[in-house]
Design a protein around this ligand. Sequence first.
Ligand SMILES: *[C@@H]1O[C@H](CO)[C@@H](O)[C@H](O)[C@H]1NC(C)=O
Ligand SMILES: *[C@@H]1O[C@H](CO)[C@@H](O)[C@H](O)[C@H]1NC(C)=O
Length: 504
Amino acid sequence: MVAERKMQPPLPPPEHHRRVLRFVVFLAVSLLAFSCWALVNSRINVALPDSAVLTPALTAQGDRRPAGDPASIPPAVPASGNATARAVKLSDPVIREPLAGEGEGEGERERSKRCDAGSAALRVYVYDLPAEFHFGMLGWDGKGKAAAWPDVRDAGAVPHYPGGLNLQHSVAYWLTLDILSSALALPPGGRPCVAVRVANASLADVFFVPFFASLSYNRHSKLRRGERASRNRVLQAELVKYLMRKEEWRRWGGKNHLVVPHHPNSMMEARKKLSAAMFVLSDFGRYSPDVANLKKDVIAPYMHVVRSLGDADSPAFDQRPVLAYFQGAIHRKAGGKVRQRLYQLLKDEHDVHFTYGSVRQNGIRRATAGMSTSKFCLNIAGDTPSSNRLFDAIVSHCVPVIVSDDIELPFEDVLDYSEFCVFVRAADAAKKGFLLRLLRGISRDEWTKMWMRLKEVAHHFEFQYPSRSGDAVQMIWGAVARKMHSVQLQIHKRGRYQRTGSES
Ligand SMILES: *[C@@H]1O[C@H](CO)[C@@H](O)[C@H](O)[C@H]1NC(C)=O
Ligand SMILES: *[C@@H]1O[C@H](CO)[C@@H](O)[C@H](O)[C@H]1NC(C)=O
């Protein structure tokens, strides 16, 4: 068998050869023809709109939508695209009004964009005080107009707060503008939804008293010729009378009312009479503990006066040649003695900047430059435990060094200040060499960590209108909402037996 196989002829006959050759030529010509066709075809496809080459599978998917629904225009997504992704994409840029018969997911999205009494954390009833208590002080003349409030739809046209140092305590102004804007039909997603204004007092969590108390102190404290009492005093007396007549105040003795005497000297006459209310304050320095305390009141930041640094143009460790910066009055009354002591300790250090004088108009630019080129900014107790310097330091991304034992800080229940501030007890700061050793001992890495955190938190200290999510205005509403929980607890407890008529 093996020998036989070896004997067979090794090559195919010539007839077979020719057939193979013909087949190869045919194959080559066919391939060439096919590639020419493919090339021409692809050119045509590029020139045509996507919709002209829709696959039947995709059109079938589109057909599942109800007729007349704009979404039945076939979407330009690959047939393999995932349905969730497509639905989100479709509803985004084009379709704005809620459509009848649309998917449940869509309806939920629309609902979540609206800010109403159901979705806000805090429902606020705003007293329609006469204009002289608020925007009247800013030149807005409410008289003769039907509206109790200025038109806040155009942010550029709302009455302006006087600039300069008055702005530090402008908290009531920003809160009022924001809560007024909640009545507007703003575009969906346009306004943060922490607090919302309600017209029906029985729906309110808190009653807002829109008195610009700090401005009244700044502007109207001086006794004018022929007056027996300053305008600031008269307004306070009228406010007390107004509130005491209100059923809403009398019901719970004012407990669920919000008043904003942010300037330490504002509402000197009325603060005791209204002390049941929740106050928004800069600190407790000039309050007795029964009038104001952390249990019922909210600490709000000062509005900073230096320019905020953008994230991109914030000098890093090596671009800040000054180790420590302080600007302010050195000689102060009781409580500020540590300033004088620190001045003596630090005045001869080459990399410490210690200057007299408050931040006045032309000083603002110098302070902006000074703080943004310093690694640490000193906040030393003055005649009040707090000052706007802390907030100037924060927006300059200059790590605050807080030497003020009694200071209360805004939003400390949600912010850990030790992540971006250095705290030093006044007694320690007064020791020779203590502060410098501490600051020089903070490594570049440690400092940079605090600086990065400062950049993250700085927006919590910005006041603006329109307010933005997470800014000072929203943070204050949030703090008020959290405080209201304990007020609600007291109120609910007191109301336990209202159905059976007995007083608790
Ligand atoms: C579909 O897309 C959505 C939205 O982009 C995504 O969350 C989801 O994980 C995707 N599902 C699948 C199966 O890819
Ligand atoms: C206010 O709300 C209460 C409780 O929901 C309701 O009973 C009352 O009718 C409302 N008042 C007005 C004027 O809408």
